[in-house]
Design a protein around this ligand. Structure first.
Ligand code: IMP
Length: 191
């Protein structure tokens, strides 16, 4: 089975990815290759950050690798928090604080449309590929649900009557930004 490194320390993302690629690709984590680096995410685009992370692993550890970067774009906030989604409320990447800030900025706002965008950068041999996945939806008035992570409790995907945090992992993976980007990755490997 093909082995590839997923350049992330996020256990939720690893779990999601392993589920999505079960029996098709073996996903190694950064820990599996003894990489404990604090990889910088200093670009001002999702694509730029995904490329920094994938190149870091390829150049220093020699593994074929992919990395993702995700942003939540809210129309009424001119696309905020976007590439800054992880540290919207500060550098400690506190999801609860991020959601509180988002809900307070949208207080009284009628236009709640938003989307999650994931960009995956894949490096295989000496070739680089970019794949994306988008899910449209809206920001709820209050947080709801216990599953998932990040902004899941305040994001309701289009056509659904529950937030990402209220659905099971299988449904979220089927329709999510990352699920859509990963299905392009799987298609690329023709699995
Ligand atoms: P990252 O840089 O790709 O790890 O993600 C940026 C921010 O978006 C982090 O705050 C994550 O919590 C959030 N995020 C990424 N993916 C998801 C998701 O599937 N659901 C909810 N929030 C997410």
């Amino acid at each position: 089975m093909k082995k590839i490194v997923f350049a992330t320390n996020n256990v939720h993302k690893l779990e999601e990815l392993r589920k999505l690629t079960e029996g098709k690709i073996e996903i190694l984590s950064l820990k599996d290759i003894d990489c404990y680096d604090d990889i910088p995410e200093t670009a001002d685009t999702l694509e730029g950050n995904a490329l920094i992370k994938a190149r870091w692993v390829k150049e220093r550890y020699g593994y074929d690798c992919f990395a993702d970067d995700t942003g939540l774009e809210v129309d009424a906030l001119d696309g905020e928090p976007g590439v800054y989604s992880a540290r919207y409320a500060g550098d400690n990447h506190d999801s609860e604080a991020n959601m509180r800030l988002l809900l307070s900025k949208l207080h009284g706002e009628k236009n709640r449309s938003a989307r999650f965008c994931t960009v995956i950068a894949l490096i295989e041999g000496d070739q680089e590929f970019i794949m994306d996945g988008i899910v449209e939806g809206e920001i709820t008035l209050e947080s709801s649900g216990q599953n998932g992570f990040g902004y899941d409790p305040v994001f309701r995907p289009e056509g659904c009557d529950m937030t990402f945090a209220e659905m099971g992992a299988d449904l979220k993976n089927r329709i999510s930004h990352r699920g859509r980007a990963v299905s392009k990755l799987i298609k690329y490997f023709s699995l």
